[in-house]
Write a protein that binds this ligand. Structure first.
Ligand SMILES: [Zn+2]
Ligand SMILES: [Zn+2]
Ligand SMILES: [Zn+2]
Ligand SMILES: [Zn+2]
Ligand SMILES: [Zn+2]
Length: 335
C-alpha cells in the first residue's frame, strides 16, 4: 500500500470509487502544482456553472465576474465543476482563499446525498440515479428525494434493495415507479437562482423543452404533457445532469443491496459517501468542517458501523478495504 498523498500533490486521476466530485481549477498564473501540464488538454464540459449568457453570477453578498475559458463560462478566479472522476490536487487551500463560505455551501449542496449515503449504510438499501451503464451514481437518493410524479420517495410504496419499480401510493397518482428528478436548481448546475431576492426554492421545478414542469407531465407511460394546447408527446428535459452532462431521460433510479452493487463494481459503504477519496471535502460534506472527521469516524468505527475499513481512518489516512474487497473492483490507487 503506497503512502498518502502529500498536500498539494497533483492527483493521479485514479479515483475509482467516488461518483460525483467537484473540481476546482486555479486561475491562470496561480501556483497550482501541475496545473500547467494539462493546459492544452481538451476539457470535457462538466460545468455546473452557467453555460448561458450570464456574465455575473451573484454569490454571497458580492458578484463574481465570469470569464470564458476553454469554451466554458467560469467564475473569475476559479471554476467549480461537478465532475467524475475528480482530479485531486491541492484544491482546499485554493478554494478557501477564493471563497470564505465555501465549506457551508459545499455542505448544503451535498446534504441530500450525504444523508442518502448514511441512510444506505444503515439500511443496506442503496438508491442511486445514473445512466444504466455507469459504475457510479450521478445522484444518491434518499427518502425525501423527489420523483417525477411530484411526490417524495417516502410517499411511494415500501421498497427493498431488490425493488425494480416502486410505485407511488398517493391518492390519484398514476406513477408506476419512482424516478428521481432534480428538485433544486443547484442539482442542474443553476447556482444563480439562490441569490435572487424573489427566488422561492419551494417553487422551482425541473422543466421539459416544452417549457412545462415535470409535474405538468403525465407521470406514467410516455410522460406526455398535460397542459392543454401543448403538443409535447413526452418529457424531454431542458437540463443536463450536473454529474455526467447527459439528459435526465438517459438515467434510471436503481434500488440495490450492497451485495448487488459489489458484484457490479459500484461503490458501497464509506466509499458511497460524497468525496469518499478526498478526506477534506468528505469531512466538509459530513460536518461542514474539513478538519472535523468525527462523523466519518462515527460512521466507520462507531457502534453499528460497517466494519469495512481496517487500521487508522483519520483525516488523511488512505482508504483501505477490509475483507471481501477483492470482488468490489474498487481499489483506490494513491501514488
Ligand atoms: Zn406520485
Ligand atoms: Zn412517483
Ligand atoms: Zn413537455
Ligand atoms: Zn408542455
Ligand atoms: Zn448523470
Amino acid at each position: 500500500m503506497s503512502s498518502k498523498k502529500p498536500p498539494g500533490a497533483k492527483g493521479s486521476g485514479k479515483t475509482t470509487g467516488s461518483n460525483v466530485n467537484i473540481e476546482f481549477e486555479a486561475p491562470k498564473g496561480a501556483k497550482t502544482p501541475g496545473a500547467g501540464s494539462k493546459a492544452g488538454a481538451p476539457v470535457k464540459s462538466k460545468a455546473v456553472v452557467p453555460k448561458g449568457k450570464q456574465s455575473m453570477v451573484p454569490m454571497g453578498n458580492k458578484s463574481i465576474a465570469m470569464k470564458q475559458e476553454g469554451g466554458m463560462l467560469i467564475p473569475e478566479g476559479y471554476s467549480v465543476r461537478k465532475i467524475e472522476p475528480a482530479k485531486n490536487y491541492d484544491v482546499m487551500s485554493f478554494a478557501r482563499a477564493m471563497n470564505p463560505d465555501f465549506a457551508p455551501r459545499l455542505k448544503k449542496l451535498f446534504d441530500p446525498e450525504t444523508e442518502a449515503a448514511v441512510e444506505a449504510q444503515k439500511t443496506g438499501i442503496y438508491i442511486g440515479w445514473r445512466c444504466p451503464e455507469f459504475k457510479h451514481d450521478c445522484q444518491r437518493v434518499n427518502k425525501i428525494s423527489k420523483c417525477f410524479c411530484g411526490h417524495l420517495l417516502g410517499e411511494h410504496a415500501k421498497y427493498t434493495g431488490k425493488s425494480i419499480r416502486v410505485p407511488c401510493v398517493q391518492g390519484g397518482c398514476k406513477c408506476k415507479g419512482f424516478a428521481w428528478i432534480p428538485s433544486r436548481p443547484e442539482d442542474v448546475g443553476e447556482f444563480w437562482h439562490q441569490r435572487r431576492r424573489d427566488f422561492d426554492p419551494s417553487k422551482w421545478r425541473a422543466k421539459c423543452r416544452c417549457k412545462h414542469t415535470h409535474e405538468e407531465h403525465d407521470p406514467a407511460g410516455m410522460r406526455r404533457c398535460k397542459i392543454s394546447g401543448c403538443s409535447c408527446g413526452h418529457f424531454d428535459s431542458n437540463f443536463l445532469c450536473a454529474a455526467c452532462d447527459q439528459h435526465w431521460e438517459r438515467h434510471e433510479t436503481f434500488f440495490e443491496t450492497e451485495d448487488i452493487r459489489v458484484e457490479n463494481g459500484l461503490p458501497v459503504g464509506e466509499m458511497y459517501l460524497p468525496f469518499a477519496e478526498m478526506p477534506d471535502l468528505r469531512n466538509i460534506a459530513l460536518t461542514g468542517r474539513e478538519d472535523d472527521d468525527s462523523q466519518y469516524l462515527a460512521l466507520t468505527q462507531g457502534e453499528g458501523s460497517i466494519p469495512r475499513t481496517q487500521g487508522p481512518v483519520g483525516n488523511n489516512a488512505p482508504v483501505n478495504f477490509g475483507a471481501g474487497s477483492s470482488k468490489s473492483g474498487f481499489k483506490p490507487v494513491y501514488d
